[in-house]
Design a protein around this ligand. Sequence first.
Ligand SMILES: Cc1cc2nc3c(=O)[nH]c(=O)nc-3n(C[C@H](O)[C@H](O)[C@H](O)COP(=O)(O)O)c2cc1C
Length: 203
Amino acid sequence: MNEILSNIKTRRSRREFIDKNIPEDEITRIIEAGRYAPSALNKQPWRFVIITNKETIRRLSEIVKTVSKKILRFLPLLQIIKSSLRDEKVVAAIKKSATAASDAVFFDAPLLILLLADGKEMYAAKDCAIASQNMMLYAHSIGISSCYIGRADLLDLSRKARKIIGMAPKMKIQAAVIFGYSPGITGAKIVERRTDNIIGWIK
Ligand SMILES: Cc1cc2nc3c(=O)[nH]c(=O)nc-3n(C[C@H](O)[C@H](O)[C@H](O)COP(=O)(O)O)c2cc1C
């Protein structure tokens, strides 16, 4: 199989990490993979915040937990204004991060990379999502596992978190990815994906 397609197909989200830090030169290359992603109007609107301090990652995880609890308290009201909160799977995920005893947000990963951009940038979320995938695929190619953490978006709502991250008021968390070395082999086998009704082909 083509090397790139094989790398894409064998990447999996991993949420278990051994106690081993990622060398700084590898972190630099992970960022490099992100920086070379395409971006709308080539604006490259991202700012990468690299967090390798495990205590800080744990604090941010606790903040997501606190924000999740607040969301659950006001859920019926919030569901009226935000339709995504009516999705049962989304509510279950919020409940999990609100109640789990261990770090169910960043999974005690040794590296968290947050991608920030101006909230007014029209395509920033897409640009940062693509940059994240570039980083995850590069990491996978050198034996580093990763997981995209959508729930990290909730950090935007916390003044304390924004201070820890050093976010300017106009900035928004557009994407977040954890990285680390996982026990066992990542992607030893390819897991099938859905194929039903996902392609329209106009010839
Ligand atoms: C936008 C987005 C948000 C995600 N948010 C989370 C998350 O908050 N926590 C988590 O553990 N995994 C999260 N994931 C990872 C997905 O659960 C995972 O990609 C999916 O189950 C498919 O598995 P795979 O990545 O191993 O192929 C997210 C993935 C995406 C693309």
